[in-house]
Design a protein around this ligand. Structure first.
Ligand SMILES: Cc1cc2c(cc1C)N(C[C@H](O)[C@H](O)[C@H](O)COP(=O)(O)O)c1[nH]c(=O)[nH]c(=O)c1N2
Length: 238
């Protein structure tokens, strides 16, 4: 019986060529828009306008988040949309308790400055989104996550950043709140034990934004010069 000839391919052929498209650089104007979104994005606490966000806008933001890279294409994120005033009030109470504990960790003038900062917009923003990470998405063994289990959370943070930048382009402010006991938010939103809470985001239209990080403007901490953070060839190498 004649054996079938082995399947051979020319060395450079890619059977998935049909799925490639030209990667032309963006035009100058397009590039400017991308960098403008990155540079003018701000964490928003107090500038939220009360107008509810339309569903189609929220969907665009969630699609931007869902386009993020993820380890092994795991897409471990979920987005719990919270508009209910009572739920947001409960989250604010959780924030207030944790924020009091946080304030007590600083001393003297620094504590006074801390107490003067507004660090959330939970009740003012018309929409909150609790972003969670499901470590079981994709099964027991996930490509790329085999030696670093935290890559699921890294992926979820990529989704948040996508949403944050898309929101800037849409004239929507986003504020990330992390000052709460995990157990409080878990109880308020009924989040199962195996799901990790990554962020509580406050969203709403804004018509003004700080030109620099609010924490810098208010004297809490300044931006570190980039040159101090870049090494060459080895850690610490200059
Ligand atoms: C993981 C994580 C967690 C938090 C934040 C950010 C991130 C990435 N930020 C916002 C943070 O303070 C802010 O990003 C920096 O001060 C820089 O300012 P801009 O984001 O450039 O405006 C933040 N801000 C705040 O007021 N309350 C908070 O609980 C948090 N938590």
């Amino acid at each position: 019986m004649p054996t079938e000839p082995p399947v051979t391919m020319p060395p450079d052929s890619n059977p998935f060529d049909h799925a490639l498209s030209p990667a032309r650089p963006f035009s100058g104007e397009e590039r400017e828009a991308v960098y403008r979104a990155i540079e003018t994005r701000r964490d928003v606490r107090d500038q939220f306008l009360p107008d509810p966000l339309p569903d189609d806008l929220i969907e665009r933001l969630l699609r931007a988040a869902h386009s993020a890279p993820s380890v092994g294409f795991m897409q471990p994120w979920n987005f719990t949309l919270v508009t209910d005033g009572a739920v947001r009030q409960a989250a604010w109470v959780a924030f207030s308790r944790a924020n009091e504990e946080a304030a007590a960790m600083f001393a003297g003038e620094q504590q006074a400055l801390y107490r003067s900062l507004k660090l959330e917009g939970i009740r003012k923003a018309p929409l909150s989104i609790c972003v969670t990470c499901d470590p079981t998405r994709g099964g027991k063994v996930v490509l790329g996550r085999t030696h670093n289990a935290r890559t699921d959370v890294y992926s979820t943070v990529c989704a948040i950043q996508n949403l944050w930048l898309a929101a800037r382009a849409e004239g929507v402010g986003v504020g990330w709140v992390s000052i709460f006991h995990d157990s409080d938010i878990r109880a308020i939103l009924d989040i199962p034990d195996h799901i990790e809470i990554v962020a509580w985001l406050c969203l709403g239209r804004v018509d003004t934004l700080y030109t620099e990080p609010e924490l810098a403007v208010k004297g809490w901490r300044q931006r570190v010069p980039l040159e101090e953070l870049v090494f060459r060839n080895r850690w610490g190498g200059v």
